[in-house]
Design a protein around this ligand. Structure first.
Ligand SMILES: Nc1ncnc2c1ncn2[C@@H]1O[C@H](COP(=O)(O)OP(=O)(O)O)[C@@H](O)[C@H]1O
Ligand SMILES: N[C@@H](CC(=O)OP(=O)(O)O)C(=O)O
Length: 420
């Protein structure tokens, strides 16, 4: 059995869904297909959740109608007039969501977020499963929330592996069907409340299912030919990497290469399952193979990762005491409490610097830190990471730029730079 993951970009239009059908139709093995919300639907639902929580009802209704119209444009192009049954199934989901939005919100923001945002994947998978059925491709739609169990950390739920290992094999038996369609990114608590695994978590869902079901391989379908040595939207002459090791893939994801979700590699590596990152446009092209095998020469070329919108925070104890473990412990627990992603740290005797993704929680962190520390920061910075760097690649990235902080290890060089 093979696991596929189709991201939002692959199914952002009726043509995308038709292309999905062509790929599935041409594939002859048992397939479990994980799908994300269509296009930028999760972003739109995030806004609805935010306005719902803050009781901005007019905006909620307007944005709900926009999401509905976007999906119905696709539905109209896909379904025949006679296929009222499929359209009715999709309508049920919109009616459920609309009914939810009419009720008062609870006081738990993350809970409300998950209940609303999960509709993106419920809608996309229903539309796709029904379209395949209309085209005569037998498949089974699975509500993954019943089988992929998590704790109740809404917004970033942790997988309950023990329970999921018991339940997931009961859903995907391949007895009556060759093809399963299910949702990425979402799960359910043991009391069946909807949760999400964190933004862009569908790759992770594919990896979890592959691990539990001992898949033969995983294919992640993207709008790029594979993993490149840079985001081609940033550096257009980026080169494709034909083959990389699990370790390299984890490093790339950790440093922020958006092409693979950071949590994806661990579950497939544990079972030594190969993963192909390949184009949904040219599905039969080779793509990038991620596996145990050592990095090929091609992967040893410099790999560039850009993270925008960074903040560099410098912290100094007010009493000029050394920055040692007893200071670092409380600083890191404050960072964890505010759920911030630290991308780089550096310390001297009496100061500690960290480079973090900008987010609304940073100001709260800075306020908390100011109780015991002097805090300074720079905004609107760029963090560039170069794996397998050499002097040319460093020059290419830093020449003529103001470097605020730099750090090098044997394999990786990182630069916090002012934006030009
Ligand atoms: N090293 C890289 N190689 C390939 N693509 C990359 C890389 N770094 C960032 N990307 C970006 O990742 C995008 C694909 O990932 P993503 O948008 O998350 O796909 P999806 O949401 O469809 O799963 C590409 O369009 C590309 O801009
Ligand atoms: N739809 C979710 C999950 C996801 O992984 O999406 P995508 O595969 O399009 O990145 C999100 O946008 O966060």
């Amino acid at each position: 059995m093979d696991v596929f993951k189709f991201g939002g970009a692959s199914v952002n239009s009726a043509e995308g869904v038709q292309n999905f059908f062509k790929i599935v139709q041409s594939y002859k093995n048992e397939s479990l297909i994980v799908v994300s919300a269509m296009g930028k639907t999760t972003n739109a639902l995030e806004q609805i959740a935010d306005n719902f929580f803050h009781k901005k009802n007019d905006l909620v209704q307007k944005q709900f109608e926009e999401v509905k119209a976007y999906h119905f444009d696709i539905i109209k192009a896909l379904f025949s007039k006679e296929n009222t049954l499929s359209v009715a199934k999709i309508d049920v989901l919109f009616n459920d969501l609309n009914a939810y939005l009419q009720k008062p919100a609870s006081l738990n923001y993350e809970f409300e977020y998950d209940q609303i945002v999960a509709y993106g994947e419920l809608l996309s998978t229903t539309i796709i499963s029904e379209y395949l059925r209309q085209k005569g491709v037998k498949n089974q739609w699975v509500d993954i929330r019943r089988y992929l169990k998590t704790n109740d950390t809404f917004g970033e739920a942790k997988v309950d592996w023990e329970l999921s290992r018991q339940l997931i094999p009961t859903a995907f038996t391949f007895q009556d069907t060759f093809i399963y369609i299910t949702q990425g990114f979402i799960g359910g608590t043991s009391s069946n409340l909807t949760t999400t695994l964190g933004r862009e978590g569908s790759d992770y869902t594919a990896a979890i299912l592959a691990n539990i079901l001992d898949a033969r391989e995983v294919s992640i379908l993207k709008d790029v030919p594979g993993v490149m040595n840079a985001d081609p939207k940033w550096l257009p002459d980026a080169k494709q990497l034909k083959r990389i090791s699990y370790q390299e893939a984890i490093e790339l994801a950790f440093f922020g290469a958006k092409v693979i979700h950071p949590k994806t590699i661990q579950p497939i590596r544990e079972k030594n399952i190969p993963m192909h990152v390949r184009s949904f446009i040219n599905f039969f092209d080779q793509g990038t193979l991620v596996s145990e095998a050592s990095i090929e020469k091609s992967a040893k070329i410099p790999i560039f990762i850009q993270k925008k919108d960074q903040r560099l925070i410098s912290i100094r104890p007010k009493d000029y005491s050394f920055v040692i473990e007893e200071n670092l412990g409380p600083i890191f627990s404050m960072i964890a409490k505010h759920r911030l992603k630290v991308n780089l740290t550096q310390n001297s005797a009496i100061s500690f610097s960290l480079c973090v993704d900008n987010s609304k929680n940073i100001d709260k962190l800075i306020e908390s830190l100011k109780e015991n520390y002097e805090v300074r920061y720079n905004d609107n910075l760029e963090l560039i990471t170069i794996r397998h760097y050499d002097s040319d690649s460093i020059n290419q990235m830093t020449e003529g730029r103001n470097i605020l902080l730099e750090q090098k290890s044997r394999d990786t060089a990182q630069y916090v730079l002012e934006c030009n």
